[in-house]
Design a protein around this ligand. Sequence first.
Ligand code: BGC
Length: 350
Amino acid sequence: MIVRERFGTDDSGKEAELFTITNTNGTQLKVTTLGATIVSFVFRDKEGTMRDVVLGYDEAASYLEQKGYYFGATVGRNANRISGARVTIGGVEYALEANSGANNLHSGSNGVSHRVWDTERVDEKAGSVAMKLLSKDLEQGFPGNMTIKVTFTLTGDDAVRIDYEAVSDKDTIANFTNHSYFNLAGHDSGYIGEQKLKIYANAFTPVAPTGSVPTGEICPVEGTPLDFREFKEIGREINADYDQLVYTKGYDHNFVLDGGGRFGLMAEAICEATGIHLYAYTDRPGVQLYAGNFIETHKGKGGALYGERHGFCLEAQCFPDAVNIPLFETPLLKAGEAYSSATMYRLSLD
Ligand code: BGC
């Protein structure tokens, strides 16, 4: 079942819609056309209590007030950081907004995350809603008029599947992600440190001491607090005196997925208190684990108080700054070529 309602407007006054998709298990997904954003994901825990496992807000205005968090949003055209806020494509240098020190983060303030997308298709039978946005030539600094489509599907086995499609009329960058903050004890239950995480990655891309941009190296996770090859509490080593964690105030790193770009499991997380188990899949080469280190205390859905490390993100994407690091797989999209990618987050009690 899909219910459609109004959600408020974006900065230009365009009306956003909110869709509530419910499957036959009673699992419920809310998505809005404001930023093609996941607003809530409600699942029955082991005691039978319905738990909303992602952070968010009740109305559009709060998303616009708190743009820097990207709660549940689609991020693009380029997710994560670009050093020096510039990119060279076809020998031409394009200037981007320097919105994170000297660097560009999540494509700047004119990103796709806070604009109202058009509803393209609502498919009751499939449990899906498709949204579309035209990102104009140079609007974010990137070349090419780009049509972006994101389809959210709530599957019969309690997964939200996110399909991204894009095409541009000039060579450009395409590197989209979803920025949901998970808290498997419930969005309103505070610190996520006791929840256990496993990441299917043997290596990560270390960052420089300042600016959070990769050095270009690929380092094994073995022997470091970034080793999540076996389930480990997120909080167990988050405060370790390890330079990489000191630079970023906790986990905020890209992992080199063992799957190397083939659709498969990228990570799992478990909350023992609720029994909720998250299985995350992608076809991207990397995943940014961000442990909510910079969330300041403020009100979220239903008046819940959110704060530092109250949610963790598993942002599937190309490696950060891949546009400037030849060793990293390029997020370049050729003119007229079809970009397509998928990420899926499935909830289960097993
Ligand atoms: C980045 C963080 C940033 C957060 C919110 C994450 O993707 O890695 O450094 O604070 O987004 O903007």
